[in-house]
Design a protein around this ligand. Structure first.
Ligand code: ARG
Ligand code: ASP
Length: 726
């Protein structure tokens, strides 16, 4: 009976082959878990072609870009492709009013014109090993959390030092399945990564925030870099003597395009997902935490938007900040509505009932979860308010927090510690103040601090915000007037002078007498001594329970293929080119064309302007090799690949191992894929590789870059992995 139930349940939870899409898989496990399914969906490769430690494979062309995005090598000379929004801060940092790379684009005419980017790195994966048995050796179920952790810590350092590595390599060991398994990654980091090319924002960021997280999409979200190495092809710090890195593999680029139903695979470094949460956690997110975060950002965005509309210089200063606040604001709204629409809560509860029927040990776990999520709610809510307001959206408070850290460094590590931290803080603050406007920040302060004061449990409200029983009209406004009116924090130059006055004690004194600084640090102290410890206490219990819950799920359904939550490690996801139904009566097709760019074109608009040259090319209508079979120029396409933040810049790869597109976003209705992937509406958005080639070649005239690439026609030749030339 048990066996029958198991089979029955695994059938329910298994993804039907024709609609495969869910899952972010570890490259070294593809052979045992996925190869057969991938091939049944049309893939012509073997798992060994994708990930091999013995020979060059696709994985050797994939890099973790700066630790937050993905990139891929597309020539034997280290040419690297990633998103425009991933390279954004580098493109911005080389820009000035006279030479505005964001606005005009940039194309190095030869390698001598490629631009260095101190601090930027790419990480390649040399090998991945399952080290679970070694890391968990000596761990028993009876151990307390701290006993368990100390055994694991010992094992971690033993396993780490058991690797013989080169001096430029690193071993990173990460927990998977919430601590039930461990994998080791041997990696190589290259630090000399230069900017090669970027389209103007009117291509690379076309549609900006209005189109962000949306389909139909028409963004050419790409930029080009080059990885440099020492003369021995090994990592080297930036030097004029460095030479282009010769990768073990680079991705050929397909000129054959995509059709609905084609196999696609996305290879990259997804950041974080939470697929195995209990219903209580999802309920809390949906009913309490997401609404709070959404309304905080909505308030901030409303204020900034008003200023931006009325003042051109503020618009320029705040455009990028606005985009970044708006990005997750919009994502959370989509996430909540998608969770509701797909009945995620009911599904979770059904699953829990079945799980308990299958594995009794899950029952006490779930009961404990219910109680712990109840307990953590006020702390989690306060934490979200505190972090969103004080750590992010009110910039003066954020700056105060950073200066406090600088002071702390001085107190703990003396002048040396101070100088070290200051070296990193100074450029960051300089950038921040370039785009700072204290009257905007003050208005945001008033609105958001008021929210904290009125929404958060009284226990967590710092003294300066407690006003007793009688309402005081304009309390927060008056406070802000006073604090902002006399603070050094509102003046970037003054802060820089203070940091560099050569007398840290004096700086400490000035800060201690600064009302805004004191307000921020008192609030931080209050939060850190009241809410934070409570949050951590309960969260630690939730985390260790989540480990048991994960195990209970895996034990109950031994035939089900589980994939680990994203944790910024290398993963493969696969699916098909596919449209979707965003709402009743509407069906989206999975491809867009240049015609759509022209339909959206609004001359002079900061989101929807189109460069003159692109309009000319559209009017000429000659797209050469880059046209689709219908003669049109393809721009973006959709697939059912399971991606998340960090997958930006990931290559979309065809059945033969060639690049067909560049991942950069997901559709709004499907942003709940981080918690509850649903193949009916979760889609990732990719730029068509042919649009990228077209922009580089016809728009920018950078045909020397095209000459470096390996262009192929896999559909015509039906070859397997086409080995790129060396
Ligand atoms: N939504 C995409 C991601 O999460 C793109 C963000 C960049 N674009 C923007 N308009 N903010 O990163
Ligand atoms: N835009 C995201 C990124 O930057 C990708 C996503 O969330 O789908 O990684």
């Amino acid at each position: 009976m048990k066996r029958i139930v198991t089979i029955f349940l695994s059938v329910i939870f298994m993804i039907p082959t024709a609609f495969a899409g869910e899952g972010m898989w570890l490259p070294l496990l593809l052979k045992s878990l996925n190869e057969a399914e991938m091939q049944s969906m049309g893939m012509k490769l073997t798992a060994e072609d994708i990930y091999s430690v013995n020979q060059g494979s696709l994985k050797d062309a994939i890099v973790h870009f700066g630790g937050f995005c993905t990139g891929e090598l597309i020539s034997s000379n280290g040419l690297l492709l990633t998103n425009h929004h991933c390279g954004y801060s580098e493109i911005q940092s080389h820009s000035s009013l006279e030479n505005n790379l964001l606005k005009d684009g940039f194309w190095a005419q030869d390698q001598s014109e490629e631009l260095a980017n101190p601090g930027l790195f790419v990480r390649l994966i040399d090998r991945i090993d399952d080290v679970s048995a070694k890391i968990l050796d000596g761990v028993t179920p009876e151990m307390s959390d701290s006993e368990r952790q100390s055994v694991i810590d010992k094992n971690l350092s033993a396993v780490k030092s058991s690797y013989t590595i080169e001096e430029f390599q690193d071993v990173m060991i990460r927990p998977f399945f919430h601590g039930n398994q461990y994998f080791a990654f041997v990696t190589t980091v290259y630090n000399d990564v230069r900017l090669v090319g970027a389209p103007p924002e009117s291509i690379g960021k076309f549609g900006a925030d209005t189109d962000n997280w949306e389909w139909p999409r028409h963004t050419g979200d790409f930029s080009l870099f080059r990885v440099y190495a020492g003369p021995d092809n090994k990592p080297a710090e930036y030097s004029e003597d460095n030479v282009p890195y010769q990768p073990k593999h680079h991705l050929p680029i397909s000129l054959d395009g995509v059709s609905e139903g084609d196999f696609t695979m996305v290879f990259g470094f997804p950041g974080r997902t939470n697929q195995y949460l209990p219903s209580f956690a999802v309920e809390q997110l949906l009913n309490t935490l997401n609404p709070a975060k959404i309304s905080i950002r909505e308030n901030a965005l409303g204020i900034v938007d008003e200023y931006m509309r009325n003042d051109e210089s503020i618009r320029l200063k705040y455009a990028s900040k606005f985009a970044s606040i708006a990005n997750y604001w919009k994502k959370w709204i989509g996430e909540s509505s998608g969770l509701t629409r797909t009945n995620a809560l009911d599904k979770k509860r059904d699953f829990e009932a079945k799980l308990v029927a299958q594995n009794r040990s899950a029952s006490p776990i779930l009961k404990q979860f219910e109680q712990l999520y109840d307990e953590i709610e006020p702390y989690a809510l306060t934490q979200d308010y505190y972090r969103e307001i004080s750590g992010r959206n009110v910039e003066a408070l954020r700056i105060a927090g950073l200066l406090k850290r600088l002071v702390d460094r001085y107190d703990s590590n003396g002048q040396e510690g101070y100088d070290l931290f200051k070296g990193r803080l100074e450029p960051f603050l300089m950038d921040l103040y370039k785009n700072y406007e204290s009257k905007v920040d003050k208005d945001v302060f008033v609105a958001l601090v008021d929210m904290y004061r009125t929404q958060v449990d009284a226990k967590y409200i710092p003294e300066a915000l407690q006003i007793g029983m009688k309402p005081i009209p304009n309390f927060t406004q008056n406070l802000a007037d006073k604090l902002y009116g006399s603070s050094v924090l509102t003046d970037g130059d003054a802060v820089m002078r203070l940091m560099n006055n050569g007398n840290v004690e004096k700086m400490k004194e000035t800060l201690a007498n600064d009302g805004l600084y004191s307000f921020a640090t008192d609030w931080a102290d209050h939060y850190n001594s009241t809410c934070a410890p409570e949050y951590t206490r309960v969260k630690t219990q939730i985390d260790s329970l989540q480990r048991l819950y994960m195990k209970a799920q895996m034990d109950a359904f031994p035939d089900h293929k589980f994939y680990p939550d994203a944790n910024s490690t290398m993963r493969v996801t696969y699916g098909q080119v596919n449209g979707y139904q965003p709402k009743d009566g509407v069906q989206y097709v999975p491809v867009t064309y240049l015609d759509g760019v022209m339909e959206k074109y609004k001359p002079g608009d900061y989101e929807f302007d189109v460069p003159k040259r692109l309009i000319e090319l559209y009017e000429e209508g000659d797209y050469g090799d880059y046209a689709d079979t219908n003669g049109k120029l393809p721009i973006c396409f959709l697939g059912s690949n399971h991606t998340t933040g960090g997958n930006s810049g990931s290559p979309a790869i065809d059945a033969h191992g060639n690049l067909i597109g560049l991942n950069f976003d997901r559709v709004w209705e499907g942003t709940m894929s981080d918690i509850n992937y649903d193949v009916s509406i979760c889609r990732n958005i990719m730029v068509d590789a042919r649009y990228i080639l077209f922009v580089v070649d016809k728009y920018a005239g950078a045909s020397h870059l095209i000459d470096e690439m390996t262009l192929v026609h896999p559909k015509q030749t039906n070859e397997k992995l086409i080995k790129p030339r060396k």
